[in-house]
Design a protein around this ligand. Sequence first.
Ligand code: NAP
Length: 255
Amino acid sequence: MALLDNTVAVVTGGSSGIGRNICETFASEGASVVNADIREEPREGGVPTHEMVTEAYGVAATFVECDVSERADLEAVADAAEDLGGLDVWVNNAGIFRGEEFTEVTEAEYDQLMDINVKGTFFGAQVAIERMVEDGGGSLINLSSVAGLEGSGDFVTYCSSKGAVRLMTYSLADKYGPDGVRVNAIHPGVIETEMVTDDVPIIGGESEDAFRQQIPSRRFGKPEDIGNAALFLASDMSDYVNGESLVVDGGQTNT
Ligand code: NAP
């Protein structure tokens, strides 16, 4: 028996990077997968996620075009999960990251980041939890960041958003634990995706080596490091883990 047999999982932002690997890791353990993303093509190239996981693992998988800042889109995603058999796991993974000079951040930039990282997570949780409570429970996983644990002057808006996701996670665990819904957060360190090679080039930029030296494991993370953490939180192996922050950063934060 695989860890996620008879499980239907939604992953927002599952076309690329971390979300794509979460879809693949879940599928490799038998889950049916709904990828909810604004784009179908992976940022890093390759076959769309739902096609890739069906080919590789023979599971049911689908893509739903979804902007997580639109509640109606999120409802359509939950409907797609119902069509696959009923929602069990929802991963609020979609997010954006930007470096900034604090005094120059415009309202439009602030709204865009908060709409995706915070509002998208909030209403993703609302839509998911409504269905999970009706169905007797489930596992909700929110992608925060090490930037949701420690402040950084270069990323004030992003840190604000990821700190909000952390306390949203704890609050929802408090509210819905009695209904059988577990709510946990993953806090990745620097994980090698287009987000940190392209959007904010921490990897490939001039401070790459200095940054790596701050990490006790002396390497940047890979998407599968987060996919495996998500698998643990999605499966019954973490049945008594609730309202938790799982930090996956090679030791960066606590040293
Ligand atoms: P990524 O490679 O950029 O992938 C994110 C995916 O989400 C992309 O396909 C993106 O599409 C999609 N997306 C963006 N806005 C969306 C929206 N409004 N609705 C639906 N989908 C949307 O990023 P990643 O590195 O995998 O990051 C995934 C999550 O992990 C994020 O929440 C991020 O903050 C968090 N995280 C990442 C790192 C890291 O080092 N990579 C560290 C800590 C936390 P477009 O490309 O078209 O925008």
